[in-house]
Design a protein around this ligand. Structure first.
Ligand code: 6PG
Length: 253
């Protein structure tokens, strides 16, 4: 589903309502919990700030919400580049989310592959211990109730950048990913776990995304060049929430 909004404010209002709906569906289900992987970058900041306002702070039982991150930069958690820090300042701190409910990538670890391996184990342990992944699930990946994603102007999502190794990772759910153009190693969830989510929500805004969004949504399937095209939930719902600037080249309105 693609929804186009005149301005980022309307997009964030819709996203907040949808976030609350998904969260309460999950909490009211037999899972009695809501698992969400947050997006980094700057676009989601407005949504996090909105969720922390008095309009939304009482709409979810936050004690039953468990926060993960779709990707992270390999920097300390208090670094300005840290996706955790952005969420902490704009969502966790204002809502007084318990640290027990927050699962960040432990980026203090020097080696990125160890950060990724540890995060993978931590995710599996959480889902297994809480009974959110059982024998019946077989070798399916853990299923997050919601994965928030952004899309870069180059078509990347999470830290799955064009022509990088992690695009083809099919076994691990969390991995390190060397990004040549940034000359840095990022940390990211992989497509198998993203595509096993019950809901995936893209937040895309700004005219600098327009050409790429047209390619991703209406162009030829070139997932190495436009990794966001590989987000195709097996059974889950896919929401593209975009503003008019980013949607300006789309044929279908
Ligand atoms: C990150 C994000 C990344 C982001 C896109 C879009 O760590 O940077 O996870 O995938 O979603 O780069 O970023 P904006 O939404 O800020 O344009």
């Amino acid at each position: 589903m693609i929804k186009i909004f005149p301005e980022i404010e309307e997009l964030n209002n819709f996203a907040a309502e949808l976030f609350v709906e998904i969260a309460n569906d999950a909490i009211n289900s037999e899972r009695d919990s809501f698992t969400v992987a947050l997006a980094g970058g700057s676009t989601p900041k407005g949504l996090y700030q909105l969720l922390a306002t008095d309009k939304y702070e009482n709409k979810i039982d936050w004690s039953k919400a468990f926060f993960f991150f779709g990707d992270e930069r390999h920097v300390p958690p208090d670094n300005a580049e840290s996706n955790f820090r952005m969420a902490d300042e704009n969502l966790f701190e204002p809502l007084k989310i318990s640290k027990k409910n927050i699962f960040r990538w432990i980026t203090e670890e020097k080696y990125a592959e160890i950060v990724a391996d540890d995060y993978e184990s931590w995710i599996w342990k959480f889902f297994t211990d809480k009974g959110l992944h059982t024998e019946e699930d077989g070798d399916n990946e853990p299923s997050f109730d919601l994965i928030l994603l952004g899309m870069g102007a180059d078509g990347h999502t999470a830290s799955l950048f064009p022509f990088t190794e992690a695009l083809h990772e099919t076994d691990k759910i969390a991995t390190e990913n060397y990004v040549e153009k940034l000359d840095t190693t990022r940390l990211t969830l992989t497509f198998p776990v993203i595509n096993n989510a019950r809901n995936v929500m893209f937040l895309v805004a700004g005219e600098e995304k327009a050409e790429t969004l047209k390619q991703v949504l209406e162009g030829e399937f070139q997932p190495d060049k436009f990794p966001s095209q590989n987000v195709k939930p097996k059974n889950g719902n896919l929401f593209w929430l975009v503003d008019e600037k980013a949607a300006s080249f789309l044929k279908k309105k």
